[in-house]
Design a binder for this molecule. Structure first.
Ligand code: ATP
Ligand code: MG
Length: 148
């Protein structure tokens, strides 16, 4: 019988942002997930349109940094991924580190790769609800390969 303990296998959305893709860090960043036991269940490279970038970050549309955030996310290709594993949503946020890289611990992705709060290398879903919505924003169900 499978172990039915307290942890749940989850899926979450991750985006390697244009700064990190442009610095040729895709492989180095994916290693942070895989060495913590998160699997890549889906991945694709995209160059977001203005419509996509605005819609993806619509939750921030009234914030002063929205326009710059949208422009940055459209500034080059991104790698969009579904990560899967036990407690993947919270664990991905831990692996990413704080939004502001000056507050992110060394050894987190943002601590090691981000250069500023608005060029911070990586996006990750922040709840079960946003994970579901954000995965559906980029992937059809038949593009996701459950690994666990
Ligand atoms: P993300 O959603 O990209 O994973 P996050 O969840 O850590 O990041 P949010 O509060 O959702 O942080 O902000 C979304 C993005 O907006 C941040 O990643 C950052 O690039 C940008 N951002 C947030 N706060 C600021 C700020 N005060 N000044 C400039 N940019 C900001
Ligand atoms: Mg966020």
């Amino acid at each position: 019988m499978a172990n039915t303990a307290t942890h749940t296998v989850e899926q979450t959305l991750s985006i390697i942002k244009p700064d990190a893709v442009g610095q040729n860090q895709i492989g180095n960043i994916i290693e942070y997930f895989e060495r913590e036991g998160l699997c890549i269940a889906a991945a694709k490279m995209l160059h977001l349109s203005e419509t996509q970038a605005k819609a993806f970050y619509a939750v921030h549309k009234d914030r002063p940094f929205y326009k710059e955030l949208v422009e940055f996310m459209m500034s080059g290709p991104v790698l969009v991924m579904v990560l899967e594993g036990e407690d993947a949503i919270a664990r991905n946020r831990q692996i990413m580190g704080a939004t502001d890289p000056s507050k992110a611990d060394a050894g987190t992705i943002r601590g090691d790769f981000a250069t500023s709060i608005d060029r911070n290398a990586i996006h990750g879903s922040d709840s079960a609800k946003t994970a579901k919505e954000e995965i559906a924003f980029f992937f059809q169900p038949n593009e996701i390969f459950t690994r666990q």
